[in-house]
Design a protein around this ligand. Sequence first.
Ligand code: C5P
Length: 287
Amino acid sequence: MSAGESVTVDAPPKVNLRLLVGPVRPDGYHPLTTLMVALHGPADRVTVARADERRVTCPGIEGPANLAWAALDALEAEAGESLPPLAVDIGKVLPAQAGIGGGSSDAAATLMAADRLLGLHLGAERLERAAAAVGSDVPFFIRGGAQWATGRGEVLRPADAPPFECVIVAPGSGLSTAAVYAAFDALPAPPPDDAVPVPQSAAGLANWCRNDLWPAARSLDDSLEALHADLEAVGAAPALLCGSGSAMCAIAPDADAADGLADRITRARPGMQVLRAGFPGATAQPA
Ligand code: C5P
C-alpha cells in the first residue's frame, strides 16, 4: 500500500493511580476524581485506510459493536460532513474488560488516525469533544501523559506524576464497567478524598494509589481477592485494581524490580496475561 493510503497509530493502555468515585448522578454516571496516566510498553496498533465500505476488524469484537465504529460516527458528527468509508484494523495486544482502557484507547487512536488520513485537521479540542461522545475515558487517550480527570472522566487537567515501572496482570475473565458501577451503588460510600498531593517518587506513589471501585469489583468476582493476595505475596505492594477491573497493577521503583516481579507473577499464576509497562514521568505546565 503506498504512503497516504493508510495511517497507523499506537493505542496504549492507561492506569488510574487514584480513582475516587462519588454518588451516582441523575444521568446514571458517577462523578470521578481520577489521576490517569498513559503507559509506555505494550499497545494495540490501529490502522485506518480508505475502503469501499466501512469495516472494523478486531479479534473478539468486530464491526458496529467495536468502539472504533462509534468513533467514526462521532468524527463525522464533529466534522459536520459525511466522510468517505474507512476500514479500521485493530492489532489487539491489550486485554478487553480489564480496566486499562483498551477499547477506549483504540477508539481515540481511530479518531486521530482518521483525522490525519482524511486531512481534517480538527485539532485536539474538537477531537476530544468527538471522543467524549464515544465514552467517558476516550478524551484522555487523545491527550495522553498524566491527567486529572473529573466529571464522568472527560474533563481533563494536566497532572504531575513521577516516573515508575509497573506490571499489569489480567485474569482471563473481564468485568463490565456498567456492572461494577452498579455494584458500587449497592455498597457503603467510600471515605472522603484525603487530598494528599501526588508523591514525587514511585515508592511513595504505590502507597498513595487508591481505587474506590475495588470493593465493587471483588463483590462481582470473588477470585480477584485471591489474585490480589497472590500478587502481594510475590512482592506487589500493594496491588491496585485497574479502573473498573478486572486487571491489577503493581508499581515498582525501577525496571529490574518490575522485571523480577513480572517473573514471579508469571510463575505464581501461569496462564495469566502479564504486561510490563512504565511511565516516563510528567510535569504539568502552569496554565
Ligand atoms: O462512558 P462509558 O460508555 O465508558 O461508560 C460505560 C458505563 O460505565 C456507563 O454506562 C455507566 O454505567 C458507567 N460509568 C459511570 N460513571 C462514570 C463512567 C462510567 O457510572 N463516570
